[in-house]
Design a protein around this ligand. Structure first.
Ligand code: GCW
Length: 656
């Protein structure tokens, strides 16, 4: 279906296709090649012109799109924009590159695009945790932006306009794959493989207009859940035949089917362990079924004991992914990608990099980030995560120069299916992401997946300039640039993590997970706090890192302050590199973090009158909540540690 103006979703106007580059590019004559690859561009161009009231001029500077197969340096996905007098030439090596180039040009204009633009990774994926029907945690698990853009009333939506707009927005960033459903696969979503295949094909068709392939999250027990077999044993020939036939049907119906995403033996999900088989047996089963169609299985490494006894000090959740998967390196098929969360725990505001990402040598890797702000303010708090991800990708910056940065590990030629993936933060919300500023995170993820070496503040500026008028953009950049560190200051300190309210994970509860089965403890007592993960006296987690990094983390003297309580249990009087004691650090940072939120709000108030409604109110309301919540965090965390330690604030502040 060709969308009309009426079906152009308005949220697109408050996103990064709203900046000055759009009018400046549309103000040119645009010459498109006679090429199927630009069919979508041609259609959308007409729509955009109507929407912006810009008529194509009869003469004047042109923009020429050229596909030049001899430009192998650009690969199929890359492009280059060059000037030819007043004209612009967008050259791409292949069809996808023409699309990415065109949308990028509309987002940030030609000045930002000097030299060849080639994506660093082949994998640049988004994972949606969308359910067909609402579950306990809502329709989108850990979603803070409304319902699913793909599904409604237990089936694929009839109207996929928003999917089309979403695909266009992420194509501006060069995203090339979308997994449409939750990795926690319930029975209803298992039927995406069968009853809903037509719907999946329709979604995939829309995503394909923008060069995106479609992935499905599947349950390892699908053959049993669907009632076809009484086993899902990966070595049983009937199971092998079942996956092969099922995959054949999906691939036949969905030409741009990319493959499967699997959460197995994780948080109660079924997996190969039930049958005494290994995770390579499980992953290879699906990989073989996908191989004839060039498909890939993204197999998640998020495997740990979620029924731990808190009294058991020998089990360390942070070790689990490495302990399970490192011994399997080299046993996976080429089309298996191990999908590893960026930290060893679970998307906390601060974690070390997962040692598994550094330890695996042979296996293709997708580093999984979380754009949806499960543990970082749930899109009610303004928290720009670009700097966090950029640090992850640059790791081990500053610790040793003998280990290559993670961003390079993810692009080693012998494991070409590696790259980045991330849990998406969009939904049916008017501005896509709940908090309008949370768009910055989706934008930054896409840009870093294209070029992981980008400066996250530059990316933030780029997003703001493409979204808001200049005065507002400047303020928004100031507000967001340091907001991740601000959030860290008023929440769990020094890398210890958690301290959130159980289940929904919003707001403070210092002991919320302390006596739980989830393996998430801080071990605060009257003398000190932190988790001893050293080899010398603790769980030995530090030994999972390359030796140069392990040495730094093992050493109380050298461990970076921000990760001190992740790796060490220390007395409250322990002096940090910053010169403050641990307890004083807790008091000071919580006051500072709250004060920074208040300053963010003041800056917002200066420009809020320039922002149209309802965006203005949407942001204002969320800032009021962030101030309230930051005060609650400050007071609960400070009071908790004052009561535990009995050490007063050196600055004489009264702790409630
Ligand atoms: O962070 C946890 C979330 C779960 C999620 C799980 C995972 C999809 O609380 O909601 O389940 O991680 O990543 O599998």
């Amino acid at each position: 279906m060709i969308p009309t103006d009426e079906t152009w979703f308005e949220g697109t106007d408050e996103c990064w296709l709203a900046g000055p580059a759009v009018a400046s590019v549309l103000g040119r004559r645009i010459e498109l090649p006679d090429d199927d690859a630009v069919r979508t561009v041609a259609r959308d161009l007409a729509l955009l012109r109507r929407r912006h009231g810009i008529v194509e001029p009869a003469a004047g500077p042109t923009l020429r799109l050229v596909r030049d197969p001899s430009r192998t340096d650009l690969t199929a996905e890359g492009f280059e924009v060059t000037a030819d007098g007043d004209d612009l030439v967008l050259t791409a090596g292949g069809g996808p590159g023409l699309g990415y180039g065109f949308w990028r040009l509309l987002t940030c204009g030609p000045e930002a695009l000097t030299g060849p633009q080639v994506p660093a990774y082949r994998v640049r994926m988004l994972n949606h945790w969308d359910n067909l029907v609402a579950q306990e945690l809502g329709q989108v698990e850990r979603g803070y932006a409304g319902g699913s853009i793909f599904f409604a009333d237990g089936r694929v939506r009839a109207d996929l306009t928003r999917v089309r707009d979403y695909a266009r927005l992420v194509a501006c960033l060069g995203i090339n794959a979308v997994a449409v459903n939750n990795v926690n696969v319930h029975e209803a979503e298992t039927r995406l493989l069968t009853d809903h295949l037509d719907g999946v094909a329709r979604v995939a068709g829309v995503l394909a207009e923008y060069g995106l392939s479609t992935y499905l999250a599947v349950s390892f027990a699908s053959p049993v859940t669907l009632g076809d077999l009484d086993t899902a044993d990966p070595l049983d020939p009937r199971v092998v035949a079942w996956w092969s036939e099922t995959t054949r049907r999906v691939a036949a119906r969905v030409p741009t089917f990319g493959g499967y995403v699997v959460k197995a033996d994780s948080e109660g999900r079924p997996g190969p362990f039930t049958y005494g088989r290994s995770h390579s047996d499980g992953a290879n089963l699906l990989a073989d079924a996908l191989a004839p169609y060039g498909g890939t299985v993204f197999w998640r490494a998020f495997v740990y004991d979620h029924r731990q006894d808190w009294r058991d000090r020998g089990t360390d959740r942070a070790r689990a992914a490495y302990d399970h998967f490192l011994p399997l390196d080299g046993t996976f098929r080429d089309n298996v990608v191990l999908q590893v969360k960026h930290g060893p725990m679970d998307f906390q505001v601060r974690e070390p990099v997962s040692p598994l990402l550094l330890g695996l040598r042979e296996t293709s890797l997708a580093c999984e980030l979380q754009i949806t702000q499960e543990y970082t303010g749930q899109q009610r708090h303004a928290v720009y995560l670009g700097p966090c991800w950029s640090q992850v990708l640059a790791f081990p910056t500053g610790l040793t120069d003998t280990v290559p940065p993670l961003r390079d590990v993810l692009r080693q030629p012998h494991r070409p299916r590696s790259g980045l993936t991330a849990v998406a933060n969009v939904g049916t919300d008017r501005t896509w992401t709940g908090h309008p500023f949370a768009q910055a995170n989706l934008y930054a993820y896409g840009r870093l997946a294209w070029d992981p070496a980008l400066d996250p503040t530059d990316v933030l500026r780029e997003w703001a300039a493409a979204t808001y008028e200049p005065t507002v953009a400047e303020a928004v950049v100031e507000i967001l640039a340091g907001s991740w560190l601000t959030y860290e200051r008023y929440t769990a300190p020094l890398g210890v993590g958690w301290m959130v309210q159980p289940h929904h994970h919003y707001g403070p509860s210092v002991d919320g997970y302390e006596y739980s089965p989830w393996g998430t403890y801080h071990f605060a007592d009257r003398d000190g706090v932190g988790v001893d993960r050293t080899v010398a006296t603790g769980t030995g987690c530090t030994a999972q890192y390359p030796p140069e990094v392990a040495r730094v983390y093992e050493s109380l003297a050298d461990c970076p302050d921000e990760l001190l309580l992740f790796f060490h249990h220390v007395p409250y009087t322990h002096v940090l590199h910053s010169g403050a004691t641990v307890i004083q650090h807790v008091y000071d940072t919580h006051v500072a973090g709250y004060d920074e939120v208040v300053a963010m709000v003041r800056r917002w108030e200066e420009v809020a009158p320039l922002v149209p409604e309802p965006t203005r109110s949407e942001v204002t309301v969320r800032f009021a909540e962030q101030v309230r919540s930051a005060a609650e965090w400050r007071d609960q965390v400070s009071t908790y540690f004052w009561r535990k330690s009995g050490v007063p604030d050196a600055h004489g502040r009264v702790i409630p």
